[in-house]
Design a protein around this ligand. Structure first.
Ligand SMILES: [Zn+2]
Length: 154
């Protein structure tokens, strides 16, 4: 299978990776649906999918072949020495940070910068006056009595 004859777009590469997983049933329902919709639109990926499925099927039905020599698979084990170094390193970092914070001491009053709060305009100066005006308008029958003055359309 010559991989250079397939398109290199992102969608095509994703589709080919899903096509390689599909024969083993490793796709989710969404991935399967997206793959199928891409294969309808892309002849190159569709051809790739058929070839991959045929190769997978052929491999499944092929007779097992004995290896010419034994193969050993190294077992990865966490080494205790490295785990201990990491633990000691983390403890040392925490100790240095605590030492740095402790050596800093309290903030002197000269370092204290006054906190500047953002200016907010207060439009609530005459709320009581406005409420009195709305009450008088309501009382005169000009405004709907069921509506609050704060719910009036602007
Ligand atoms: Zn494609």
């Amino acid at each position: 299978m010559d991989m250079t004859r397939f398109p290199t777009g992102v969608l095509c590469e994703r589709a080919r990776s899903w096509a390689a997983l599909a024969p083993d049933g490793e796709l989710s329902e969404l991935e399967r649906h997206l793959l199928d919709s891409h294969l309808v639109r892309c002849a190159a990926c569709s051809r790739f999918s058929v070839e991959v499925a045929a190769i997978a099927l052929e491999l499944r039905h092929a007779d097992l072949q004995p290896l010419p020599h034994l193969v050993s698979v190294p077992m990865w084990r966490r080494r205790q020495r490295f785990a201990r170094i990491r633990t000691v390193g983390a403890a040392a970092a925490v100790a240095l940070m605590a030492l740095g914070i402790a050596s800093r001491g309290p903030i002197a009053p000269t370092e204290h910068k006054p906190l500047k709060l953002p200016q907010i305009t207060d439009f609530s100066d005459n709320v009581q006056g406005e409420d009195a005006q709305f009450r008088s308008l309501r009382h005169a029958g000009i405004l709907d009595a069921s509506r609050s003055p704060r719910h009036l359309p602007i």
